[in-house]
Ligand binder design. Structure first.
Ligand code: GCO
Length: 428
């Protein structure tokens, strides 16, 4: 039996600049990765050299059968110092967009994917009242220059990630699901040394270093979402044809008897509270990797017999359907799946992840929910933030000693689904 997808469905894969490009030297992450006592397992270095090899990577994506590429533009490259635009960086991304066009690939561009310019952090970062205006100014500039080549833009990736990070810091070592991003919990103990170094590097007391991937005050959360709203207005002026959204990191939220209130609270905290900021967007970017189950005492540890991913999360592709359903119940705009995937060295499980998640996507579409695309995380094995290169989410493997790319069977499999616009049901 085969499940057919709507004509024009966006089949794609995602990356983020800092995770793939390499040598993002003006970003806050670059600085943090190189500190003594760094919580990063290794620095990003030349990552997978995508800043140089993007044409090859986009051609490969297209040859596989995919028609969409989600990638991010690095703010620290465009504006390495406040107010100073690097025209060569603009030209670079123009060429990335032209490479997509030449391959008939639809670009979905993210304007902020976790990393920020160092100067922004020195100026107060993601707790400063001035950050929304600074972000909107950068977005407007990019969209004035490149907007005609950009049909879809995500302003901020996982704008709600601070909620997930605060939670995992609290429940660290409890065995509950981690954040849907690579945080290195083993090094939590050396946080103090690290913060002292960080303080020197940024010239600020630790409490005033507000990078994006950190717990936020309530005011900080509001600043992030205001940055989205201001950027949206600026982008609409600069490039009226571009569809605008943001992305959130969402869990399938489940409960067992007695856990219903905790689950309801999680839904409110992780999703519902943000709806006022999103309801006027053109689309919603949904990102899901696992489920979180609540019991009478709150979040429950991942069960011992569950299949786990390299990230320690439960392998649970069925979560996708549940998340689409709760999002569409509360938000009446088209949905793009901007990330879903699995860190694994067993590529057959990646195939199972794709098929099982897509089955859920299809069921939602069949019920009339407007899901217009699915972008797998990730196109390439890459730099999983604090966890370095140890986690493999890619459809394409990269030998970092030669930068040679090899498509995995999952890439071929996913490409065939995209080509045929249909999913054949198999048993896993
Ligand atoms: C995210 C991320 C990616 C991660 C992925 C896997 O948005 O959290 O976009 O940067 O690599 O989630 O953990």
């Amino acid at each position: 039996m085969a499940l057919h997808f709507p004509v024009g469905f966006l089949w794609g894969a995602s990356t983020a600049a800092h995770q793939v490009e390499g040598n993002n030297t003006n970003s806050d992450f670059w600085l943090m990765e190189h500190l003594e006592g760094s919580t990063f397992k290794e620095p990003s270095g030349s990552a997978v050299d995508h800043y140089r090899l993007y044409r090859e990577d986009i051609a490969r994506l297209s040859e596989l059968g995919l028609n969409t590429y989600r990638f991010s533009i690095e703010w620290a490259r465009i504006e390495p110092e406040e107010g100073l635009i690097d025209e060569a960086a603009i030209d670079h991304y123009r060429d990335v967009l032209n490479a997509c066009k030449e391959c008939n690939v639809t670009p979905v561009v993210t304007l902020h994917h976790f990393s920020s310019p160092q100067w922004l952090i020195r100026a107060g970062g993601w707790e400063s009242e001035e950050t929304p205006a600074r972000f909107a100014r950068y977005c407007a500039h990019v969209m004035r220059e490149l907007g005609e080549l950009i049909p879809y833009v995500c302003t901020i990736n996982e704008a709600n990630i601070a909620i997930g990070i605060a939670k995992i810091m609290k429940r660290y070592q409890s065995g509950a699901p981690g954040a849907q991003v690579g945080m290195n919990m083993e090094k939590m103990d050396q946080m103090q040394t690290y913060y002292a170094e960080l303080s020197k590097a940024f010239g600020l007391p630790p409490s005033e270093i507000n990078t994006f991937l950190a717990p936020r005050t309530e005011n900080g959360i509001e600043i992030i979402f205001s940055a989205h709203v201001e950027a949206r207005a600026a982008i609409r002026r600069a490039s009226p044809h571009t569809q605008i959204g943001l992305t959130l990191s969402l869990y399938d939220i489940q409960s067992i008897p007695g856990g219903e209130d905790h689950a309801a609270h999680a839904l409110q905290e992780e999703f519902l509270q943000f709806i006022p900021y999103l309801k006027d967007d053109d689309f919603f970017g949904l990102q899901n990797y696992t489920r979180a189950v609540y019991g009478p005492d709150g979040i429950m540890p991942v069960s011992a017999d569950a299949e786990k991913t390299q990230m320690g999360n439960e392998f649970y592709p069925e979560g996708m359907e549940a998340v689409i359903r709760y999002v569409s119940k509360h938000l009446n705009i088209p949905i793009l799946i901007t990330e879903n995937g699995v860190g694994t060295d067993n590529d057959e499980r990646r195939i199972a992840c794709i098929d099982r998640a897509l089955k859920g996507v299809h069921a939602c579409i069949a019920d009339g929910i407007p899901v217009n695309g699915y972008m797998h995380w990730s196109l390439l094995d890459n730099f999983e933030w604090q966890l370095g290169f140890s986690k493999t989410f890619g459809l394409i493997a990269v030998d970092r000693s030669t930068m040679k790319r090899t498509s995995k069977p999952s890439a071929i499999h996913f490409g065939e689904i995209a080509n045929k616009n249909e999913l054949s049901l198999m048993a896993y």
